[in-house]
Ligand binder design. Structure first.
Ligand SMILES: Nc1ncnc2c1ncn2[C@@H]1O[C@H](COP(=O)(O)OP(=O)(O)OP(=O)(O)O)[C@@H](O)[C@H]1O
Ligand SMILES: [Mg+2]
Length: 336
């Protein structure tokens, strides 16, 4: 069970799409209830952030918020992590240790990746949720717990129940209040403010002045399908802050994976235009346009120079010269 990093106070859940606004409204309504919440959504959609938002909006906010990822680790480890253990409960248990439920006393526990919890552990969890009591591994004492339970799942638990991989009784207990977070590609209106938020944050973190992004960068970000959702967008912004030295973030500063991907291939290439043309020489601008078009053509034709030349309506040898001149050799396929 991976121990989640501590939640930073400056974390803000950003969103202005109708679907995220509906989530925020709903969170406000259900914050103070003690019912279990099941947050579903693809990886990186912000399940943990929303769980934290629920906690921060509730009267439990002065008590701990305890995120735990249930993915990967063995059953004994999950059990000891959640419920704690007494000295000698297993090899390596050299002293008594409270589990996450006890540590979250009075607050909220967020069990992420609940879909990865093995069947045998599901029974134990169900018992805890029914009795509101835990017993440490190797212990006999029943410890009452007052903890709100929020779970996170990237898979559809209903489906897992149908496949007999998840207990239906536990599912109903967890799914009292369901919240679904839409993937970023279904709420593209959130992309501009997320960019703004992360770019500011990561440039500030480097003690640098935050800067704007060019319209072409915005276009590329709006076009990209973001399979890794907000986390992927956040990582892209962090990388930009580490590498970009321009006044305005330009297409050349964003990860190529965002600029070139299979969904962009049948679309026109993204061309940078400059709001203040005088700041950039004509030669530089032409080089940039040329470089973008050639990169696009090579990408679309999987590095095949003949096909790329055809797309650009120039001779193959001319293309070869320009690739050399512009230093784009890495985009060529090995000699065909
Ligand atoms: N609406 C949002 N506003 C600001 N940051 C966000 C938002 N949604 C997600 N993030 C950021 O994206 C990253 C992933 O969010 P989070 O860990 O909550 O996602 P998750 O759905 O729990 O992902 P996983 O399924 O991988 O566990 C975090 O760094 C978080 O700060
Ligand atoms: Mg998570």
């Amino acid at each position: 069970m991976g121990i989640a990093p501590p939640f930073t106070i400056d974390s803000v859940v950003v969103g202005r799409s109708a679907r995220m606004r509906a989530v925020f409204d709903f969170v406000r309504v259900i914050a103070d209830s003690d019912s279990s919440v099941l947050v579903t959504g693809e990886t990186g959609t912000g399940k943990e952030m929303v769980a934290n938002l629920i906690h921060q909006s509730s009267s439990r906010r002065h008590k701990p918020f305890m995120p735990v990822s249930c993915a990967i680790l063995s059953e004994t480890l999950i059990e000891s992590e959640l419920f704690g253990h007494e000295r000698g409960a297993f090899t390596g248990a050299i002293k008594d240790r409270p589990g996450r439920f006890e540590l979250a006393q009075g607050g909220t526990i967020f069990l992420d990746d609940i879909d990865d919890v093995p069947m045998s552990m599901q029974v134990k969890l169900l018992r805890v949720l029914q009795n509101r009591m835990i017993e440490r591994l190797g212990g006999t004492r029943q410890i009452p717990i007052d903890v709100r339970v929020i779970t996170g799942s990237k898979r559809d638990l209903r489906q897992l129940v149908a496949e007999a991989k998840f207990r239906d009784d536990l599912f109903y207990r967890l799914n009292v209040i369901p919240i679904n977070l839409p993937p970023l590609r279904e709420r593209r209106e959130d992309i501009p403010i997320l960019i703004d938020y992360f770019i500011k944050r990561y440039f500030r973190q480097r003690s640098e002045e935050p800067r704007g992004v060019s319209p072409a960068v915005m276009q590329a970000f709006m076009r990209y399908p973001w399979p890794g959702n907000v986390r992927e967008l956040e990582n892209a912004c962090e990388r930009i802050a580490q590498t970009c030295t321009c006044d305005t973030v330009r297409v050349g500063c964003i990860p190529v994976s965002v600029l070139f991907h299979k969904y962009a291939e049948d679309q026109e290439p993204i061309i940078e235009t400059h709001a203040h043309p005088s700041a950039v020489s004509l030669d530089d601008r032409l080089r940039e346009v040329e470089s973008n078009l050639i990169s696009w053509a090579l990408k679309v034709s999987a590095g095949n120079k003949s096909k790329a030349a055809e797309l650009l309506n120039i001779k193959r040898s001319t293309l070869g010269d320009r690739i050399k001149k512009l230093g784009l050799g890495h985009l060529e396929a090995a000699e065909q």
